[in-house]
Unconditional design. Structure first.
Length: 689
């Protein structure tokens, strides 16, 4: 196998707040992929940094009566500690406020200017005369110009989803001073991205740089092509400067103007690499200007536009290596809903650590992550069940039930006959590796659990705890434990990218450190076995309930994301689909609505809209339901979720099979579908009245 040279980045967290479990989806995802590459023997460097510039930093520092530099230094220390606690293995973690970043910003800026891509024009912005600053979108609230909903942010309406500029808001108010801002004009610098249109079409629409859905999204919304109805779409100029006062780097030859945070933030990837190079005697060009290096970015779908259009354009113009792959993931929901401070599901990393093992979260996220841009849901019930069943019950239990019986003797001197169990698991290595490589960690964990499902019956059958009672069966006991512990070690090798701490403990237990993927191909024999140490604690629902309780915060009336009043809800949905004609209670009771649990979900390959669901009404009572929710949900999001079904609907024979019910959902269809779920405490089979 040829050794690859890989540079990996995760998006830079903003230095204005703590790391929370939504952030950790990305950093755990990236860390798993990096650890897998290292385990395979490739040279893989993982760099990141804090994103430190912008008005928000200045405002917070001013409110806390300290300098921006003091603020970002403290936040960086907290971020680094949080990442370390979740075993995130950065090779370098820097800051965009570094001298390295400023130097590379200047280098790239000069290249962009030399290519004739920069122009200047006046821009009208809202200005707060009391605070003495131009207002970023987040510091303005007002009435939506379309649906007239009050208390909306400066860029888009949370009620009707309309996008607009802050100057279009009705009755805008500055959140910094609670005063009415005024419109002022100031010169801004722009990059004419349209000049790079042909390059960006080629980069985003060819090869495998992007997931298919992302490439199609860019093509449909920004780039267009000759075959699209409206033909080629003109890319908007990119506003990359902000007038003083602004915390950031001042633009050379443009005093009083600073690079917008989205210009210097991604350059932080290169600057962090430069810091690593200085510490390790490496040359930056060997990593960022070499065709021998694979550059992989991992990031959330909310910053797709910047990383797939602006960033490649900057790199291309300045002669840097383009990313081989940009891996984009969806958002995290908790118990089926967006993270919420008021409900307690906006959980900080440090709060989580008080109540649960970080390894549990790493495993659960891995079991949900696929190569697609799907949101993933952290259902507390599913979280507890999956971790306890898969890790504690199927994997760690193999060692806890057998290691103590061979502490005195060690492993057998030769590997006993095991009916092909080890050989079968060794054969699975390629399929598991392929899943890791593709970022399909959900498939990797399924394949690993399938091996565990074959191994555990062996231990149940040989019953080492019974063999121990018969002195004449000492060799049989040693052999059976040798088999069980080797199979356990094999599983842990495959899980090492996800659970590095478990791998370390396993290495100590069997006196054989796990350092290579290839170790899963050869059993170990004749080695001593150390005293078994606790490897992982079972999750307890009560602990997670305490975590949510601790995370809950009072609702801030000024925060429209957590405030809903009657006059904020417009009647657009009702107008689109008016109420049906009146019915009687006798009509209604004919419909038997029941709580059900989705126990399996899968794609219907021949169907564009359908997913095949198996729902349980309790016990052995299951139904097959074909639901038109494929555009809104992936199968992995649904398994284990409680839903409401029409249980007495007459079965319907479809092309793909018999549909025996209907799941209840709201929305207009397509991606705008929202499954109805009962509150926690409901159980399958209960009737909905």
């Amino acid at each position: 196998m040829t050794t690859r040279k890989i540079l990996v980045t995760a998006a830079l967290p903003y230095a204005n707040g703590p790391i929370h479990i939504g952030h950790l989806v990305e950093y755990i995802q990236t860390d798993i992929w990096v650890r897998f590459q290292r385990l395979r023997g490739h040279r893989c460097i993982f760099v990141c940094a804090d994103d430190t510039h912008g008005t928000a930093i200045t405002i917070r520092a001013r409110n806390e009566q300290r300098t921006e530099e003091e603020l970002i230094e403290e936040v960086q220390k907290r971020h680094v500690q949080d990442f370390s606690n979740f075993q995130i293995s950065f090779d370098n973690y820097g800051s965009t406020n570094s001298p390295e970043n400023k130097a590379i910003c200047i280098e790239i800026w000069n290249a962009i200017r030399e290519q004739g891509l920069v122009k200047e024009k006046d821009v009208e912005q809202l200005y707060d005369p009391k605070a003495g600053t131009f207002l970023a979108d987040r510091f303005v609230r007002g009435t939506c110009p379309k649906c007239k909903s009050p208390n909306q942010p400066g860029d888009n309406c949370s009620v009707c989803s309309e996008t607009y500029s802050p100057t279009e808001l009705i009755n805008p108010v500055s959140t910094l001073s609670d005063t009415t801002p005024e419109i002022r004009s100031a010169p801004h610098l722009f990059i004419e991205l349209e000049q790079l249109h042909d390059f960006l079409v080629e980069y985003t629409q060819s090869g495998d740089h992007l997931q298919k859905e992302i490439a199609n999204y860019l093509k449909g919304h920004f780039l267009g092509d000759d075959n699209s109805p409206d033909g080629r779409k003109t890319l908007k100029d990119w506003d990359i400067s902000r007038p003083a006062p602004y915390f950031g780097f001042e633009i050379p030859n443009h005093p009083g103007n600073y690079w917008y945070v989205w210009f210097d933030a991604p350059i932080g990837y290169i600057a962090s690499t430069k810091q690593w190079c200085a510490l390790n005697g490496e040359n930056l060009d060997d990593w960022w200007k070499s065709s021998d290096v694979e550059i992989h970015h991992f990031l959330g779908k909310d910053i797709t536009y910047f990383h797939t259009l602006f960033w490649p354009g900057m790199l291309k113009t300045a002669g840097f290596t383009l990313p081989k792959k940009i891996h984009i993931h969806g958002f995290l929901t908790v118990n089926g809903s967006k993270m919420s401070k008021s409900v307690g599901t906006f959980i900080k990393a440090e709060t989580y650590l008080k109540h649960a093992d970080p390894a549990a979260l790493r495993y659960f996220y891995a079991s949900k992550l696929t190569p697609r841009v799907d949101d993933i849901d952290l259902s507390i019930e599913e979280f507890v069940n999956k971790v306890n069943a898969d890790l504690v019950g199927k994997v760690i239990n193999l060692a806890s039930r057998t290691a103590k019986f061979v502490e005195e003797t060690g492993l057998s001197v030769s590997y006993p006959e095991d009916g092909g169990l080890f050989a079968s698991a060794a054969t699975a290595a390629n399929s598991i590796a392929e899943a890791y490589e593709e970022g399909d960690f959900a498939r990797a964990t399924r394949l690993i659990c399938e091996i565990a499902d074959r191994v555990n019956p062996y231990v149940d059958d040989v019953k080492p705890w019974t063999l121990r009672k018969d002195p004449n069966k000492a060799q049989e006991l040693q052999d059976s434990c040798t088999i069980a512990l080797n199979l356990f070690r094999q599983l842990v090798i495959y899980l090492t990218p996800i659970l590095p701490e478990l791998a370390e403990k396993t290495g100590r237990l069997l006196n054989n450190p796990i350092a290579s993927w290839s170790q899963a191909q050869q059993p170990i024999v004749g080695t001593p076995v150390s005293k078994f140490e606790h490897m992982m604690k079972r999750l307890e629902t009560k602990d997670l309930e305490k975590m949510i309780e601790e995370s809950a915060q009072p609702i801030d009336p000024s925060d429209s994301a957590t405030t809903v009043t009657a006059n904020q809800d417009n009647d657009a949905a009702l107008q689109a689909e008016p109420l049906a004609e009146e019915c009687t209670i006798d009509n209604f009771v004919k419909i038997d609505l029941r709580v059900a649990r989705i126990v399996n979900a899968e794609h219907v390959e021949e169907a564009r809209k359908l997913l095949k669901l198996t729902v349980s009404l309790g016990g052995e009572n299951t139904r097959t339901v074909f639901a038109g929710i494929k555009a809104a949900y992936s199968p992995e999001q649904l398994i284990g979720r409680l839903v409401v079904v029409v249980a007495n609907l007459k079965p319907r024979q479809m092309k793909f099979g018999l549909s025996e019910g209907m799941v209840c959902a709201a929305g207009g269809g397509g991606a705008e579908v929202f499954l109805l779920s009962p509150d926690s405490g409901a159980v399958p089979g209960q009737r909905v009245h």
